[in-house]
Design a protein around this ligand. Sequence first.
Ligand code: FE2
Length: 346
Amino acid sequence: MIFRQLFDSVSGTYSYLLASRAGGEALILDPVLEKADRYCQLLRELDLKLVKAVDTHLHADHVTGLGELRDRTHCITIMGDQSKADVVSMRVSDGDKVTIEGLSLDVLYTPGHTDDSYSYVMGDRVFTGDTLLIRGTGRTDFQNGSARSQYESIFNRLLKLPEETLVYPAHDYKGDTVSTIGEEKRYNPRLQVRSVDEYIELMNNLKLPNPKMMDVAVPANMHVGLHQEELAKEGRALSVPEAMLALGRPDILLVDLRESGERAKHGTLAGALHAPYPSIEDNLKPGGMLREVAAATGRRIVFFCAFGERSAMAVAAAKDAGFLNAAHIAGGMDAWKKAGGPVLAA
Ligand SMILES: [Fe+2]
C-alpha cells in the first residue's frame, strides 16, 4: 500500500494520499487548496491516478483542495450527506464504503465537531477528521457542532474500534502524527470524563477564538461545485423536465455513471446503461463499450450521475473523444428525484 501523510503548516492540516500500488488509482483525504501543486507533483512522481478526493467535513480553517483537484485531475469529490457544500460528485452516509482499486474505506458518521463530520476506517487505521485528535478533540462551538453528539461519536463509535487501531487526525498543532485508539482512551485529557454532561461542560468552556481563516474558508468551501454554465449555453445540459421527455426515446442512449452502491441505494432510470465514471476514458476510446454502442445504434449519449458533476465531466471527456453532441442531465438523480421523476430499482 502507498500511504502518505502530508502536512500544511499554515493550517496544521494533515492530508492523506492512499493507493494500493504504483501505477494505480489513488484517493486523497482532506486536501488543502494551496498544496494542490505538491499533490499533483507527488501523484506524477508515484505514478498514481487520483480518482477520489474526500473531505471529512466542511473545514473552517483552510480552503479545501477538492474543487481544484477535480478541475486538474477530473477526480470524483466526496463529502457526507449533511454537508452544506453546494455540489460534490458523490455523497456518503454511515455504513457506505468508499472504494478505489485495491482499497476500501468504511464510512462512519461521527457528528459533533460539525454536523457533517465523518470518519473513515481502513483496515488497521481510522481517519478521524476533527472528531478525535491526538490528545484532543475538535471544537464543537460552530457549524452546528454539538458536544453531546461528539461524545456519542467518540465514546460509542470510535473508541469501540480495536485498541490497536491507528488514529490519523485531520489536524495536529504540536507535531504528533499518529496515535492509537487505546492510547487516546487512556491519555486524551478530554476523554477522562465520567459522563456526557461532564464532557459537554468541558467543551462548552473552552473559550477558543474563531479560526483565522474562518470567514474566508467556510464560504469558499460551500462553493466547490464544478462551473457548468458553458455546458448549458452549448445546449449540452438537459434540465430534468427535458430529460423526462427524453426518457425512453429511441434516439437517446442514457448512461448511468454512478457506482453500483449508489444505484442500489437510490435507484436508476429506465433503460439506462451502466458505465461507472472512473472508466469513462476507456469506454469512449476506440473499442470501448460506449463508443461501440453509440456507433452501432447512432444514439445521442446522455450521461447522468448523482448530482450532475461526474456527468458534466463525462460530457467534456466525450467531446474530447469526438462525441460532440453528448449531453447530461443537470443536477443528476438528486434533481430528478426532487422533481418526482420515475425511478427504477437497480
Ligand atoms: Fe474542522
